[in-house]
Write a protein that binds this ligand. Structure first.
Ligand code: ZN
Length: 284
């Protein structure tokens, strides 16, 4: 199938009350894991690359390769730049061939986030590139959640409505107790806040830091209005876990292609299980 647009994938998910899984293709060896999982589950999917992993490949060449692989699949697949934190990185991504980008101004003061996001949207709209932005800060430092930290970090529903109206973004990533990496303790999502955001914001909502959130909480978040969930940490951990197991059981641990194949299988199994939880399985 030809490359699908981010917009089309998310708006369909929003109407159908499921979420698109967005999985990082941080290294070329896990691209087949995600595409095979999507084919086997008949699931629409988004592939993402985070700029922190640009060093692993020649970016324009890698994107050409990814697009060629997408062209051979029978399910809808989109491609998104994850966490572009500056105008320069966004432009680098667009030049390399990303049809959609996430601009992350979430660490900036509110007015500056609006201004910079609006500037990115103006550039992207002119060349038909979709923009995801973020309002509110993820609790990546694992701070204790008090009413003070929640007010400071979490997405404010009224500000979210204003932010989307002022910037014209296509999707909004929210902070409701989610975080990147492994959670310190049980993640606690603020569903009441998510419901208020969902009622006020007219574009699809995105949940970063999907790794480590329980199946029940993910499904509840989807039922309230999350249309895209990012998964990275659990994929990386699944691959490493399989490699660890192999090294323990195998005295002659020297067959790298076999290890790579097993790591790919572990990632594929994980992606398939997420597609079932997200409800995107069977929606291709
Ligand atoms: Zn993220």
């Amino acid at each position: 199938m030809p490359l699908y647009s981010y917009d089309e994938l998310l708006n369909k998910a929003r109407k159908g009350h499921y979420a698109i899984g967005a999985f990082n293709v941080f290294a070329m060896e896990f691209l087949p894991s995600i595409l095979q999982a999507a084919e086997e589950e008949s699931a629409p999917v988004l592939l993402q690359i985070n700029p922190i992993h640009f060093y692993l490949a020649d970016l324009p060449e890698y994107i050409r390769y990814i697009k060629a692989q997408i062209g051979k699949t029978s399910v809808p697949v989109g491609l998104n730049l994850d966490h572009g934190v500056s105008r320069e990185v966004i432009l680098q991504g667009i030049q390399a061939g990303f049809p959609s980008v996430m601009f992350d101004g979430s660490r900036l003061p509110y007015a500056e986030n609006i201004e910079k996001t609006r500037d990115i949207v103006a550039i992207c709209k002119a060349i038909d590139v979709t923009v995801e932005a973020e309002l509110g800060m993820l609790n990546d430092e694992g701070l204790e959640l008090t009413s003070e930290t929640q007010d400071r970090l979490f997405t404010d529903p009224d500000a979210a409505a204003e932010f989307v109206a002022e910037t014209g973004v296509d999707a909004l990533a929210v902070s409701i107790g989610n975080a990147h990496g492994f959670y310190k303790g049980e993640p606690k999502l603020d569903f009441k806040r998510l419901r208020q955001i969902s009622e006020k914001v007219p574009v699809p909502l995105v949940l970063h830091g999907g790794s480590g959130i329980s199946e029940a909480d993910l499904q509840k978040a989807i039922s309230i209005g999350i249309s895209k969930i990012n998964i990275y940490t659990e994929m990386s951990a699944a691959a490493l876990q399989r490699v660890k197991q192999l090294s323990k059981n195998d005295k002659d641990f020297a067959d790298y292609p076999r290890v790579l194949f097993q790591a790919r299988q572990a990632v594929k199994d994980l992606v398939k299980s997420k597609m079932k939880i997200f409800g995107s399985a069977g929606k291709a």
